[in-house]
Design a protein around this ligand. Structure first.
Ligand SMILES: C[S@@+](CC[C@H](N)C(=O)[O-])C[C@H]1O[C@@H](n2cnc3c(N)ncnc32)[C@H](O)[C@@H]1O
Length: 219
């Protein structure tokens, strides 16, 4: 049994992109102290400046999280997927493969760094997914505020950590009961975690693997 994820052209493309991601370096990052990095990462006002300085870094999901995204989107038969934080498109490729194998759908990505948007579009075209994926350029707080599908089956949160709650609130009215929310590196977003794990939140939420919070919309 073959899947789009594990066959050509996507499988060798992902091998190449993960290798490129591993090799990428950022002189700008080296100039920022660990404390300043932590402060900027949690800032609600300086995230564009911070991620702009990191524009050479891919910061992709791990290989395991990529496979998890494919698996979750496949197993739930997802047709409408939204992604906060596309970068060079590695997570997007996994999600697009699942839509392809589900028989089609719509994937809306979001990324404010124009050079990353251009590269992600190239990678998605190379994988054969241009018909399924739209990457919205700009701050996701604006680009994901309108023109959304009526229902969303799966949401990946992987942009500025301080905005996870804001992006969820934007999309929440469209999340269908049973919709999945995958939040990468959610430990850096303690307010989001506290909200999702609270019994009154309307979600069932568990830490999953090393760096993912997996949540399901209850109703
Ligand atoms: C961790 S990376 C995403 C990695 C990507 N999901 C992958 O697996 O390849 C986070 C990305 O989110 C982008 N980003 C952060 N805040 C954003 C915002 N408010 N709107 C749009 N993009 C944002 C950053 O520029 C960065 O490229």
């Amino acid at each position: 049994m073959t899947t789009t994820l594990t066959t050509s052209p996507l499988a060798p493309l992902l091998d190449r992109l993960f290798a490129q991601a591993d090799a990428a370096t950022s002189p700008a990052l080296a100039g920022i102290s660990r404390e300043e990095r932590a402060r900027l990462m949690h800032s609600r006002t300086e995230y564009l400046d911070f991620y702009g300085r990191l524009k050479d870094l891919w910061l992709p999901v791990s290989r395991q999280t990529g496979a998890l995204l494919y698996l979750l989107a496949r197993s739930t038969g997802a047709r409408n997927v939204v992604e906060f934080g596309t970068s060079f498109g590695i997570s997007t490729l996994h999600l697009a493969a699942a839509l392809r194998d589900n028989g089609g759908g719509r994937l809306i990505g979001s990324e404010f760094e124009p050079s990353k948007v251009a590269r992600a579009r190239e990678h998605l075209a190379e994988g054969g997914f241009a018909d399924l994926v739209e990457i919205r350029e700009g701050d996701a707080l604006q680009t994901l505020a309108s023109d959304l599908p009526d229902t969303i089956d799966l949401l990946l949160l992987d942009g500025a950590k301080a905005l996870y709650g804001d992006i969820l609130a934007l999309l929440e009215p469209r999340l269908r009961p049973g919709a999945l929310i995958v939040a990468d590196n959610a430990d850096d977003s303690p307010d989001y975690l506290a909200h999702m794990r609270s019994p009154a939140s309307g979600y069932l939420s568990v830490p999953f693997a090393q760096d993912v919070e997996l949540s399901m919309r209850l109703g």
